[in-house]
Design a protein around this ligand. Structure first.
Ligand code: CA
Length: 597
C-alpha cells in the first residue's frame, strides 16, 4: 500500500554530490533521534514532519501520494482533540516525529500528543508574564518549535530560549535572549542548523533593534548574534557588516532601535552552507522620523545569507531600500533548483509583503527576476535590472496622507507558501488590501516604551489620494491562493476568496494536491477537490505524515479558546465536532493577515 515517490530535490543532489547520501528509499524506519543528517535528508522523509517547512528548503511539500487527487474525496476525520489554547491567536505548524505530534500555542504553551490516539503525552506552560506583553504588537503568538537530538526547542514571548526533553517535556535549559522586560519578543519558529538553535527577534512595531542569534543546542550558550541594523554610532560596531550599514542611515534611529526584526523567514542550504534570513520593517515605520535625510537603511527589509558557524554575512539583497510602509522581508521563503533561460540555477524564492515575487540566485544573491503577484500594486512601477524597486511618485508619505496597495498587512504575511518539485509551481496564500498612511510630523512623534510606536496613523477623513498609477489597476480586495510559475514569473491559476474566508498557509503534496484553509485543490488545475467547512474560521498550516502505513494530514484550527488539533485520513470515519459559537471576547492580536511583528 505504501507508495512514495523518490523526489529529486536540491538536497538529494547536493547530498549525493558531497558523498553524504544515505539510503532515503521507501521503508526506511523513522529515525530514533533527529540528527543533523536526518534534518539534511528531511525532504525525502514523507513519514515525518521534522522542521517548520518540512525540510531545510522550507518547501512545505510532502513526498507522500497515498492520498491524491483521485481519492481525496474520501478524506475524513481520524480524531481531533481540544488544545485548550490560552486566549490568543494560533499560528503554529505542528511537527511529527516517531508517532508523536508537537506544537506550541498562544502564550507559548507547548505540547506533545500521541499521533495515534490524540492523547496528551506532556504539556508545558512556561508561565509567560502577561501584563507587559499584552501591550505590545501583535498578539501572544508563536509559529513553531524545532526538534533536535531528543529535545524540543522554542523561543518565548518573554525572551527565553528553551530546550525541553522530547520524551517528558521537562525543561533542560533556558537562556535569556532579550533584555528582560524590554519590547523585543520571540515569536518566530526556531530552526536547528549544525547543532545551533537559530532564533530571530520580533517587535519592530515597538521600534526595537532587530537581530538573530545562534545558541548551542546542547548547552544553550550563545555562539553568535547578528544585528540587522547599526547601533549608536558613537560606540564600536558589534560586527563588521554594520560598518557598511551605518553609512546608509541618517538621524538618531538608534535612540529607538531602528527595526529590522527577524520574525519568520529562515532557510538553509547545506551544500552551500548558507543560512538565509528575512528582515523586517523599519522602526519607527516612518522613515522621515527614523532616518530623516533618507538612505537605504541597511539591512531593513532584506534577505541575508550568513554562515551558520559564525554568523558572518556572505551576501544581502534589500527589497525595500529606505523601508517606510511596514514592508517586511520576513515572509517565509523557499529554496529550489530551477532551469532558467537554459541554465540550472539554485534559487531562493520570496514573496514578501510588498507584492513582488522575487527569484534570486541563492549562492551569489544575484537578482534573477521579480514580478507582482497581486493585481493591484500602487507603490511601485517595477523593478530595475538589479531588483531595486522603482517607486511611484508620492508613495512616500513624508508630508501628506496616501493610500497604498498592498498595505501594511502585506500581499503575503506569515502564512507559508509551498512548492511542488513535480508541478514546479509555488502555491502562495496572499491578500489584496490597502493601507492609508497618515504621517506623524517628526516634531510630534512620541516614542512610548511598551507600546507600538510607528510614527504613522491610519485611515483619515475625506478623500485619500493614491499614487498616479492606481487608476490603471483593477479594484480587487480579499484573500487569494495563486499557483505561481517562478520560471515564467506568471500565475497558472488563482482563487480569490470572499471576504472573511478562512486563510492559513499552504501544503503541496506528491499526490497532486494543495491544501489551504478548509480545502484541498488539484495542484495542476486549481479545481477544488475537498472541503471541510467544520474546520471553522481559523485553520493554520497543514502537515502530512505516514503512520502504520496510512497517510495523514494534521492541522491546528479554530480560534482559541476553541482551537483543536485535527487529523484526517482516508475513510477516517470520525464525526467532526460542531463549530462552537464565537467566544464572547474576541481574541486579542492580529487577524490572519494583520500587521505582524
Ligand atoms: Ca511589522
Amino acid at each position: 500500500m505504501q507508495r512514495k515517490l523518490k523526489i529529486v530535490t536540491p538536497w538529494f543532489t547536493a547530498a549525493a554530490a558531497a558523498g553524504l547520501m544515505v539510503s532515503l528509499a521507501s521503508a526506511q524506519p523513522p529515525a530514533a533521534a533527529v540528527t543533523p543528517q536526518v534534518l539534511i535528508n528531511a525532504a525525502g522523509n514523507g513519514d515525518e514532519w521534522l522542521t517548520y517547512g518540512h525540510d531545510y528548503a522550507e518547501t512545505h511539500f510532502s513526498p507522500l501520494n497515498q492520498i491524491n487527487n483521485k481519492n481525496v474525496k474520501r478524506l475524513s476525520l481520524a480524531w481531533s482533540v481540544p488544545t485548550e489554547a490560552p486566549q490568543g491567536t494560533v499560528e503554529a505548524t505542528p511537527l511529527m516525529h516517531n508517532g508523536v505530534l508537537y506544537g506550541i500555542l498562544p502564550w507559548d504553551v507547548m505540547f506533545a500528543v500521541d499521533a495515534r490516539t490524540g492523547q496528551t503525552k506532556w504539556r508545558w506552560d512556561p508561565d509567560v508574564p502577561r501584563a507587559h506583553i499584552q501591550g505590545l504588537c501583535c498578539g501572544p503568538v508563536n509559529r513553531g518549535v524545532a526538534l533536535y537530538n531528543g529535545r524540543v526547542y522554542a523561543g518565548l514571548l518573554d525572551g527565553r530560549v528553551v530546550a525541553l526533553d522530547q520524551e517528558t517535556g521537562k525543561l533542560l535549559w533556558s537562556t535569556q535572549d532579550t533584555v528582560p522586560g524590554g519590547d523585543t519578543i520571540l515569536t518566530s519558529a526556531v530552526r536547528v542548523v549544525k547543532g545551533k538553535v537559530i532564533v530571530g527577534s520580533s517587535g519592530a512595531e515597538q521600534a526595537v533593534r532587530g537581530y538573530f542569534s545562534a545558541y548551542d543546542a546542547e548547552t544553550g550558550k550563545r555562539t553568535w548574534r547578528f544585528y540587522t541594523v547599526p547601533g549608536d554610532p558613537s560606540k564600536p560596531s558589534e560586527h563588521p557588516e554594520l560598518e557598511a550599514a551605518a553609512k546608509t542611515w541618517t538621524g538618531e534611529w538608534w535612540k529607538w532601535g531602528g527595526g529590522g526584526t527577524v520574525w519568520d523567514a529562515m532557510a538553509y542550504d547545506p551544500a552551500a552552507d548558507l543560512l538565509y534570513i528575512g528582515t523586517g520593517n523599519g522602526g519607527p515605520w516612518n522613515q522621515n522620523i527614523r532616518s530623516p535625510k533618507g538612505g537605504d537603511n541597511l539591512y531593513l527589509a532584506s534577505i541575508l545569507a550568513v554562515k551558520p558557524d559564525t554568523g558572518r554575512m556572505v551576501w544581502y539583497f534589500q527589497e525595500n531600500p529606505g523601508e517606510t510602509w511596514d514592508f517586511t522581508a520576513t515572509q517565509p521563503f523557499i529554496l529550489a533548483d530551477l532551469k532558467i533561460d537554459g541554465r540550472d540555477r539554485k534559487v531562493l524564492m520570496h514573496a514578501p509583503k510588498n507584492g513582488y515575487f522575487y527569484v534570486l540566485d541563492r549562492i551569489t544573491g544575484e537578482f534573477l527576476s521579480g514580478k507582482p503577484f497581486v493585481r493591484r500594486m500602487t507603490w511601485s512601477k517595477g523593478l530595475d535590472k538589479n531588483g531595486r524597486p522603482i517607486e511611484a511618485a508620492g508613495a512616500r508619505y513624508t508630508t501628506n496622507s496616501i493610500k497604498i496597495w498592498p498595505g501594511a498587512a502585506g500581499a503575503h504575511n506569515w502564512q507559508p507558501m509551498s512548492y511542488s518539485p513535480l508541478t514546479k509551481l509555488v502555491y502562495l496564500p496572499g491578500n489584496e488590501a490597502s493601507t492609508t498612511y497618515v504621517p506623524t510630523p517628526a516634531d510630534q512623534f512620541q516614542f512610548t516604551p511598551g507600546r507600538p510606536s510607528t510614527g504613522v496613523a491610519f485611515g483619515g477623513a475625506g478623500p485619500i489620494p493614491e499614487t498616479d498609477i492606481a487608476a490603471t489597476q483593477p479594484e480587487v480586495t480579499g484573500r487569494f491562493l495563486v499557483a505561481w510559475d517562478p520560471v515564467q514569473q506568471k500565475e497558472r491559476w488563482r482563487h480569490l476568496f470572499e471576504p472573511g474566508a478562512p486563510g492559513g498557509g499552504t501544503l503541496a503534496t506528491a499526490g497532486g494536491l494543495v491544501f489551504m484553509g478548509n480545502s484541498a485543490y488539484d495542484a495542476e488545475t486549481g479545481e477544488k477537490l475537498w472541503e471541510e467547512p467544520q474546520l471553522g474560521d481559523r485553520p493554520v498550516n497543514w502537515i502530512s505524515y505516514m503512520l502504520d502505513g496510512k497517510q495523514y494530514f494534521a492541522i491546528l484550527a479554530r480560534s482559541s479558546p476553541n482551537n483543536r488539533l485535527f487529523t484526517f485520513t482516508l475513510d477516517g470515519g470520525a464525526t467532526m465536532p460542531p463549530v462552537p459559537p464565537p467566544a464572547a471576547a474576541p481574541a486579542r492580536g492580529r487577524g490572519a493577515a494583520g500587521p505582524a511583528n
